[in-house]
Design a protein around this ligand. Structure first.
Ligand code: G3I
Ligand code: 9MR
Length: 562
């Protein structure tokens, strides 16, 4: 397959800050020099030697770096390498990632259930409301005396999880936490974010308006009779490739689970802090969230191990449920996270006493099933407010974050692509782009603790990865960059008549597992990506993958401006 010259020069297709590192990776060639060429005048404004050639640890590629960090003049450019040609275009300027960050956040608006998306806010992707979810059935697996099988409940709003139309509490957990943490970490900058969404004129920051859409749904997923939380709201199977309003399948709430209750408790405890800043505009919301968190936590103390096991469930109950399981079996980290959020919100140490090991001595990168570190980030964020401050605990947590960040920084040094992302094959799992994003968030935590620029730069390297400096040559955010996914596994994008997919959605990215069985262009882990509807294991989109992208892009913006 013949490649365009653009594809032979890999770089962040959105662009670069004037005062930050600027790197591209060039396929090995006889060339030794590269140029920065002004897109408007054609003038060559900078040139330098290409770096040493490096072999990718995954094989298949030998490449050289083009480092133009020294060049800082704002403008629109391409790189030019004689005998290869021109790169994708890019800009150099301040606030270079602001638009992409806002698009990533607006991506949640496009995922809203139970509402029309009018042209005014959705542009050419306007669509009808889908899934009112005001007559949802209690599934056999969730039946209780108060709510027997078939009881009708209402649980409207919320975001669709992904390319499918179901709403899952577990995955809402990390997604909501990441967005609310962005607000808690950078409140002044977040208050300035303006999205073109229906609530833009109210007194709440737009990011929190968007969060509230999902929060309202989550609140309805708690059974008021016992405080337990349904694992998900779902149709029995995945819908076809149809628009939201065309999916008429029955919707159910299924078995309550400990993981759902803990994710719910953590989110509600944090939401109570966050919306506590807006009690005039939203009277009662913060209190309701805290009460809901406490009830869910209490439920988990009596149901510490109610695992969601979909296969077992289908042996006992009808109808069979075949949608996403998010079936986590190890809930220690969920307990730790929920306990921390409740503790920080209430100041009540009883919550910490209920969980054995804080910290747990090994830090694991956050994902939908690994949430322990979310609690550690929260403790570091609120260390001044802890009463009494537990210095030993906090210094151990800080040490773990910095150790992990150092491993990432060192690992990244070996990389052909000079990104942190990808130095281990294990990074290339289902949703690997969220690995890149969560690595960047961890690096930003380390930067906040130390002010050492190497962590900020390493986080930036992963944003460079997500926006194009990677082995696939794609910028993974739909609509942002010169070569972006056109056929994501996203039902509205596939079913609507619009050529361009819904913008601002981050696809899953390279996944060595290739569990969808589609025909990938390569079997190398870092190139196991296919821009096709077929590839739900590498080209779907989800709320928990967009969130770390949004966090990283906005945090880098906030820190570059300060
Ligand atoms: O973590 C292990 C890793 O240690 C191991 O080396 C590797 C080998 O294959 O597997 C890794 O686990 C994978 C895990 O994702 C990583 O997060 C599992 O194999 C893989 O099956 C699992 O995929 C999950 C997928 O659902 C299938 O259950 C994804 O995490 C999860 O994001 C995805 O979520 C779906 C929802 O169910 C439905 N909605 C769409 C959403 C995105 O595709
Ligand atoms: O469309 C489904 C997607 O949203 C899920 O993430 C994915 C994994 O659970 O499953 C997709 O549905 C596929 C199903 O699992 C197998 N047959 C093909 C479906 C996609 O067309």
């Amino acid at each position: 397959q013949k490649q365009n010259s653009e594809d032979k020069i890999r770089l962040n297709q959105v662009g670069f800050y004037p005062d930050a590192p600027k790197k591209a990776v060039v396929e090995l060639d006889t060339a030794t020099t590269f140029y920065v060429v002004n897109e408007n005048t054609g003038e060559r404004q900078f040139s330098a030697a290409l770096g040493e050639s490096r072999t990718s640890q995954y094989g298949g590629q030998v490449a050289r770096s083009a480092d133009f960090s020294m060049f800082s003049e704002p403008g629109s450019y391409r790189l030019f390498v004689p005998s290869i040609g021109y790169s994708h275009p890019f800009d150099i300027r301040r606030n270079i990632f602001e638009e992409a960050a806002k698009a990533g956040l607006k991506g949640y608006y496009f995922q809203r259930a139970s509402t029309d998306l009018p042209r005014e806010f959705a542009g050419k992707w306007y669509r009808n409301a889908g899934h009112q979810d005001d007559s949802v059935l209690v599934h056999e697996s969730a039946a209780t005396a108060e709510r027997p099988t078939g009881t009708v409940i209402s649980a409207s709003k919320g975001w669709y999880d992904a390319g499918d139309y179901n709403k899952y509490i577990v995955n809402s957990g990390i997604s909501m936490a990441t967005l609310m943490s962005l607000y808690e970490e950078f409140p002044n900058q977040v208050r300035q974010i303006e999205l073109n969404i229906p609530e833009q004129q109210n007194d709440i920051p737009d990011l929190l308006d968007e969060v509230r859409w999902n929060l309202q749904w989550m609140l309805a997923m708690q059974d008021p009779h016992d405080g337990g939380v349904y694992h998900k709201l779902t149709s029995a199977g995945f819908a076809g490739k149809v628009m939201p309003h065309q999916d008429r399948d029955k919707r159910y709430v299924v078995q309550k689970s400990t993981s759902a209750a803990l994710n719910f408790a953590a989110v509600m405890a944090q939401a109570s802090r966050v919306f506590g800043d807006y009690t005039n505009a939203l009277p009662g919301l913060a209190d309701s969230c805290l009460a809901a968190a406490r009830e869910a936590w209490k439920w988990t103390q009596n149901h510490p191990n109610q695992i969601y096991d979909q296969e077992k469930l289908n042996q006992q109950f009808d109808p069979d449920i075949t949608t996403g399981a998010y079936g986590d079996r190890n809930l220690e980290d969920e307990f730790r996270w929920a306990a921390v959020e409740l503790y920080v919100t209430t100041g009540n140490e009883r919550y910490l006493e209920a969980v054995t090991t804080i910290p747990d001595h090994t830090l694991t990168l956050p994902s939908w099933s690994q949430v322990g570190a979310l609690g550690y980030y929260t403790l570091l964020r609120f260390k001044e407010r802890l009463n009494p401050p537990d210095d030993i605990m906090l210094s151990e947590i800080k040490g773990m974050v910095i150790d992990y960040a150092d491993q990432l920084v060192n690992g990244g040094k070996r990389m052909t692509y000079q990104t942190v992302m990808g130095y281990k094959p294990e990074h290339f799992i289902w949703g690997s782009n969220s690995v890149a994003g969560n690595q960047a968030i961890l690096l930003i935590q380390a930067y906040q603790q130390t002010s050492n620029a190497k962590y900020w730069e390493a986080a930036l390297s992963n944003l460079d990865y997500l926006l194009g400096r990677n082995a696939t040559g794609y910028s993974f955010l739909t609509g942002y960059g010169d070569r972006t996914p056109m056929y994501p596994h996203h039902r509205p994008s596939a079913a609507d008549p619009i050529e361009d997919p819904v913008p601002g959605l981050l696809v899953g990215g390279p996944n060595a597992g290739q569990q969808d069985g589609c025909e990938y262009p390569s079997n190398l882990p870092n190139q196991s990506y296919l821009d096709d509807w077929c590839s739900y294991a590498s080209n779907e989109i989800t709320i928990n993958w967009n969130a770390p992208f949004v966090y990283t892009a906005f945090a880098l913006e906030a820190l570059n401006a300060s």
